[in-house]
Design a protein around this ligand. Structure first.
Ligand code: HEM
Ligand SMILES: [Ca+2]
Ligand SMILES: [Ca+2]
Length: 351
């Protein structure tokens, strides 16, 4: 339970409290109204009732695991949400990220690609645990991809975000190659142009980009993801002018330019890093974004208006986030044996 990504936030976080005093730990248990995200038809006709006959208890089985994980290792929340995002963007939402590399095989699986290395292992463990319990009650029925989608929704809600229905019916994918990962994921220094192109290649709009980036209302990033903003913005050897000097100072103390501890992380949302709210957007307006890619959303005329709107309206953010998660959850969905499979164990392809 004490991987570096889990234990180190505390260290740096104490420091942040000094600057940013407003720290609600409280609202994770608040109940928000059920948000209906089913107005649009998802691709390949995923459905909320997909397992109604074959495994009616699937949601409560996954729910028991996510609740426990959230108590024992709260970092599995943000890590699982990120896992789902990285699954959907590479080969679609098909559980391809869950496959383990084969010993002796010349090609690594997605999981071991550089861009996925910092996803906390608790996230993978949680999905494997949920799959084992689901298999024990409904053998050979529920895909790993659907379990990941359900677990992600549960964690969003557990950290205080919206509750939405998850549509199901994804098959698992037969392909998991590390070499396919990097080009399909956004980078911390991506420009808005690059982000828009990538999201559009997945069928997502500029609104989806802004809304889904709101997931950075929770979680942490390693120094290497923003160190250039502190010491050498665009080769100027100066800090990024679009960063509040207080944030700059705090980050500088935790992240030396060279030779720092590679496990140190900083919160994306300096005000409420453990609760799912719309503070992320207000932070962007106050030059308190952590990654260049976050901060850029409040500077580009194509994305700035929505940042401003969401900063003002938490209800709108929750509704939009639920809708956008459904949309992201429909990327590259597989059905049928040509591209799809059902696994017993999420880490191994079906024999
Ligand atoms: C828009 C472009 C995006 C970029 C450039 C980006 C980049 C990153 C980076 C660099 C990290 C930190 C990794 C680390 O150092 O450990 C991170 C963390 C995270 N990302 Fe994103 N991300 C983006 C969009 C998203 C989306 C769409 C979601 C989900 C809907 C998401 C969810 C998360 C979460 C929850 C974390 C925190 C993980 C943790 O604390 O364990 N991100 N992201
Ligand atoms: Ca995938
Ligand atoms: Ca927050």
């Amino acid at each position: 339970m004490s991987s570096p990504t889990f234990s180190s936030p505390a260290t740096i976080f104490m420091f942040f409290c000094f600057f940013f005093i407003n720290l609600p730990f409280s609202n994770s248990l608040l109940k928000y109204p059920l948000i209906n995200a089913t107005a649009r038809r998802a691709p390949r006709q995923l459905s909320v009732n997909y397992y109604a006959k074959s495994c009616p208890q699937v949601e409560s089985l996954v729910g028991s695991v996510t609740s426990n994980m959230f108590k024992e290792a709260p970092a599995s929340g943000p890590a699982t949400i990120r896992l789902f995002f990285h699954d959907c963007f590479v080969e679609g939402c098909d559980g391809s990220i869950l496959i383990s590399s084969k010993a002796g095989s010349k090609e690594l699986a997605e999981k071991d690609a550089e861009d996925n290395k910092d996803i906390a292992k608790e996230a993978f463990e949680g999905i494997n645990k949920a799959k084992a319990i689901v298999e024990s009650k409904c053998p050979g029925v529920v895909s790993c991809a659907d379990i990941l989608a359900i677990a992600t929704r549960n964690f969003v809600h557990l950290v205080g975000g919206p509750y939405y229905e998850v549509k199901k019916g994804r098959w698992d994918g037969k392909l998991s190659k590390a070499s396919r990962v990097h080009q399909n994921l956004p980078q911390s220094n991506s420009t808005v142009d690059q982000l828009l192109k990538l999201f559009s290649s997945k069928g997502l709009t500029s609104e989806d980009l802004v809304v889904l980036s709101g997931a950075h209302t929770i979680g942490f990033a390693h120094c290497k993801q923003f160190v250039n903003r502190i010491y050498n913005y665009k080769g100027t050897k100066k800090p990024d002018p679009y960063m509040d000097p207080r944030l700059f100072k705090a980050l500088k103390m935790s992240c030396p330019q060279f030779g720092g501890n590679v496990d140190i992380v900083a919160p994306f949302d300096v005000t409420t890093p453990f609760s799912f709210d719309n503070a992320y957007y207000g932070n962007l307006e106050a030059k308190l974004g952590l990654l260049a890619s976050d901060q850029a959303l409040s500077l580009d005329p194509r994305t700035k208006p929505l940042v401003q709107e969401l900063a003002k309206d938490k209800h709108k953010f929750f509704q939009a986030f639920a809708d956008a998660m459904e949309k992201m959850g429909g990327i590259g969905v597989k059905r049928g044996r040509k591209h799809g499979e059902f696994r017993k164990d999420c880490t191994m392809h079906h024999m």
